[in-house]
Design a protein around this ligand. Structure first.
Ligand code: G3P
Ligand code: CA
Length: 241
C-alpha cells in the first residue's frame, strides 16, 4: 500500500520542520515524516530546510554561522503566526527521540548539495544509531556523493536519490550510486517510471504531491509512497479507495 509521508511534517497547515508539524502528521495517520537537516556552527544537526534562517524564522543569516544556542532562540512559526505563537527549530536528535517512541518512519533529507557540511553523514548516523532507528530511516539527498558515502558507512539503511528531471533508468542509477529507492519530482514520476522502477525492485516516492487527482493516480498505480504537505487529506483519500 502506498505510504504517505508528511512533507516537513504537515507543512501545508503547520510551521514546516517543527515538532508541532511532525506531531500533526503523526496524529493524522501519516506513515512517516520527511525532514531536512543542516548543521549549526557548532556542528549539531538541526532540522530546517534552507541554508539561511531568513524565510522560516524571525531572524537572518546562515544556519552554519549560528550556534545551536543562537538557533534555539529563533521563532520558526514562519507564515503561521496567527495560529501558533512560537515554535523552535528542532535538533535532529529531538525529532529522532520522539520518532523512536512513536516508531514512525523518518525520511532524513541531508541538505548538503549547496554547502558541503563536512562530517554530516557521520553525525546523522550516530544519532540514528543512538535511538536504534535504522529500520525506520530512509536517507535522501540531492547530493548523490552523500548517498554513496552513506552507503559505505551504513549499507543496511535505506537510501534514495532525490532528483528533479529525466535521469535515464533511475532505478539502475540509484543502485549504481548506492541507493535503494528513488525520490523524483512528481513531474518526473510518470506511470512508466513508477512501473519500471518498482518492477526492478526500486521503490518510487515522488515529491511534493498536494493535488488530490495526482494522489489518486499514485494510489492506483501502486506507487510505494509520496510526500505531501497535506498528510491529513492524503490519508482520508487513501482509505476512501
Ligand atoms: O524529499 C522530498 C522533498 O522534500 C525534496 O525537496 O526542496 O522540499 O526539500 P525540498
Ligand atoms: Ca526536503
Amino acid at each position: 500500500m502506498t505510504k504517505i509521508f508528511g512533507h516537513r511534517g504537515s507543512a501545508g497547515t503547520h510551521p514546516e520542520n517543527t515538532m508541532i508539524s511532525f506531531e500533526q502528521a503523526y496524529k493524522d495517520g501519516a506513515d512517516g515524516i520527511e525532514l531536512d537537516v543542516q548543521l549549526s556552527k557548532d556542528g549539531i544537526p538541526v532540522v530546517i530546510h534552507d541554508e539561511k534562517v531568513n524565510r522560516t524564522t524571525d531572524s537572518k543569516g546562515f544556519v552554519q554561522d549560528l550556534t545551536l544556542h543562537e538557533l534555539k532562540k529563533l521563532n520558526a512559526v514562519h507564515k503561521f503566526k496567527k495560529q501558533f505563537k512560537h515554535a523552535e527549530i528542532p535538533t535532529l536528535e529531538e525529532v529522532l527521540e520522539w520518532a523512536s517512541r512513536k516508531q514512525t518512519i523518518v525520511n532524513i533529507e541531508l541538505k548538503n548539495s549547496i554547502l558541503p557540511y563536512a562530517g554530516m553523514e557521520e553525525k546523522v548516523l550516530d544519532l540514528v544509531d543512538k535511538y536504534k532507528m535504522a529500520h525506520l530511516i530512509i536517507f535522501s539527498s540531492f547530493n548523490h556523493y552523500s548517498i554513496a558515502r552513506l552507503n559505505t558507512l551504513a549499507p543496511n539503511i535505506e537510501k534514495a536519490v532525490l532528483y528533479m528531471e529525466g535521469i535515464y533508468k533511475p532505478w539502475d542509477y540509484t543502485k549504481w550510486v548506492g541507493g535503494s529507492g528513488i525520490h523524483p519530482h512528481i513531474k518526473a514520476a510518470t506511470a512508466s517510471i513508477i512501473q519500471r522502477s518498482q518492477h526492478a525492485g526500486v521503490p518510487v516516492r515522488p515529491f511534493t504531491v498536494n493535488d488530490e487527482k495526482v494522489m489518486k493516480r499514485l494510489f492506483e498505480e501502486g506507487c510505494a509512497g509520496f510526500f505531501t504537505d497535506y498528510p491529513k487529506k492524503a490519508v482520508q483519500l487513501k482509505y476512501q479507495n
